[in-house]
Design a protein around this ligand. Structure first.
Ligand code: BG6
Length: 509
């Protein structure tokens, strides 16, 4: 195992140390970074939780999480033992009580004394959003965040509940912190394929000249989930698909697809170009909302042969809930590059398959010179950026079918991450945790990005919260969402493109 010696010593504090996120995502990611030799030579992980837990019990609980959720599968005993020696302590305490924070400060400083070195401090707030401001306030009151260079705080979503609350939260955090210390996570930005959108667009000369309204007909972004709301009904029932997925993940993907080339690859420049896109999104007209937005809620149905319950029967969900589990939007970006090109976004739970992709549908050729008989399977070019589960890029193009007759068919060129690099990409949380330790904020959201994204969906939130849906549940589990989502795109003479993975030599559609 080698170590990345460029990283300064780090003390990482996880608030919510016994919580689900720590268990499923954070510790498996930290363990994988450790196995890859990417953790700093000196690092110590502290937990803070309201629930008192002894060190052995904490380790045991975290190991179970690693065994279940790590991309590498079950941990081997020796490396885990090494890693666990860095899981120093889980402090129990009330987040409202300053004593908890004073105890934490003592624990951190005694570790620094043992190292005889100052460490960078990363505070990860893996807690319910309601307690976040209190934690930050108490960290400030216990003098733990005043070193702006060495202290960073990582915030999970949801970051606010709407535009006003996000503004207030940003404003309140700035009473204690500098913006440069605030790392707002959108885990989609840590996904390899999402980052690769930048590489694909700006490290290749081929596509950028045609990446605009002259050549592109429209863009579709789909994030489909097969799972239902699982054990998160309590949170989700107050959130819904628009807040939970579109405000963050889908708008971030849209920003990467639509942004202008950055002058340099640094955090501020990239985030500035992305926020330009969000600011240029045309306000959704409230009086024509049905033409721009569709909402749905899953009823009972079938997923891969198993009968599943409807949303209203899920644990911790109000049996009369009107929360949407599916949302689709049509957006326009008012700038030179994208004027009048629709971006269709959709996301939902209990859809037929887990799938995230961005599809760039190019326009047809300007003049069709082939005879009609050649063109039965004809399709304009299409680029599909597969974010998950089969990470890659596929370009659909026309080719002549071998034979004496002139006939064309759609074929695809395919780049697969796994085949090309013979490796599974790191989990998003690995990338993001490492970036937080390195102090690289490129993949984190700045205050203005978060606020602009809330601004985009604000008109829809307003209408949906004031006008109850009359038809919920309106799609059976295991289908692609409500009829209104089909109508949203069909009204423009288009349709949602489901992914087609072509066997070599087979024609598409
Ligand atoms: C989270 C949402 O941000 O993303 C969840 O809160 C959703 O509701 C999850 O299930 C999807 O993430 P992924 O990485 O599985 O696509």
């Amino acid at each position: 195992m080698t170590n990345d010696n460029e990283l300064l010593p780090v003390e990482l504090v996880i608030f919510g140390a016994m919580g689900d996120l720590t268990w499923r995502k954070l510790v498996p990611a930290l363990f994988n970074l450790f196995l890859d030799g990417l953790m700093p030579e000196k690092f110590a992980i502290f937990g803070v939780d309201v629930k008192p837990v002894g060190i052995e019990e904490w380790h045991k609980h975290l190991l179970e999480g690693v065994n279940q959720f790590s991309r590498r599968g079950k941990a081997r005993a020796d490396p885990w033992k090494d890693f666990a020696s860095h899981l120093v302590k889980c402090l129990a305490g009330d987040f409202n009580n300053i004593t908890t924070f004073q105890n934490l400060a003592k624990a951190l400083s005694s570790q620094e004394k043992a190292w005889d070195e100052h460490a960078e401090h990363i505070f990860y707030l893996a807690t319910p959003p309601g307690i976040v401001e209190t934690i930050v306030h108490n960290l400030g009151a216990s003098h733990q965040v005043s070193d702006h260079k060495r202290t960073r705080l990582v915030f999970e979503k949801p970051f606010g509940h709407d535009l006003d609350s996000a503004r207030t939260l940003n404003h309140n955090l700035l009473k204690t912190l500098e913006e440069s210390q605030i790392y707002r996570i959108d885990h989609y930005l840590g996904k390899e394929t999402v980052q690769n959108i930048l590489a694909f667009r700006f490290a290749n000369a081929l596509f950028e000249p045609i990446w605009d309204r002259r050549y592109i007909d429209h863009v579709q972004i789909t994030v489909a989930e097969q799972v239902g709301v699982e054990h998160r009904g309590g949170y989700y029932d107050h959130s819904g698909a628009l807040r939970d997925m579109i405000q963050n993940h889908l708008l971030q993907i849209l920003s990467l697809v639509a942004m202008e080339p950055p002058a340099a690859f640094n955090a501020d420049e990239i985030r500035a170009r992305k926020v330009d896109v969000l600011r240029a999104i045309r306000p959704i007209p409230v009086d024509l909302l049905h033409r721009y937005a569709s909402r749905g809620q899953y009823g009972p149905g079938w997923i891969e042969g198993d009968r599943v319950v409807g949303y209203r029967s899920e644990p911790d969900v109000d049996p009369g809930s009107n929360t949407e589990t599916f949302a689709a939007l049509k957006l326009f970006i008012d700038n030179w590059r994208w004027q009048d090109i629709p971006f269709y976004l959709r996301t939902g739970k209990r859809l037929p398959q887990k799938l995230s992709h961005a599809v760039i549908q190019f326009r047809p050729v300007p003049h069709q010179s082939f005879p009609a008989s050649a063109n039965q399977d004809w399709l304009p070019n299409r680029l599909e950026i597969d974010i998950q589960p089969d990470e890659g890029i596929r370009l659909h193009f026309q080719a002549k079918i071998p034979g004496v007759d002139l006939r064309l068919s759609s074929q695809e060129m395919r780049f697969s991450y796994t085949e090309a690099f013979n490796t599974t990409p790191p989990e998003a949380y690995e990338t993001l945790l490492l970036d937080a330790m390195r102090g690289d904020a490129t993949l984190f959201m700045r205050a203005d990005q978060v606020e602009s994204a809330w601004g985009v969906i604000a008109p829809v939130l307003d209408v949906w919260s004031s006008v109850a849906p009359s038809d919920f549940p309106n799609y059976p589990s295991g289908t692609w969402g409500p009829a209104s989502a089909e109508a949203l795109i069909a009204q423009d003479g288009r349709r949602w493109l489901q992914p087609v993975f072509l066997e070599p030599g087979k024609s598409g559609e």
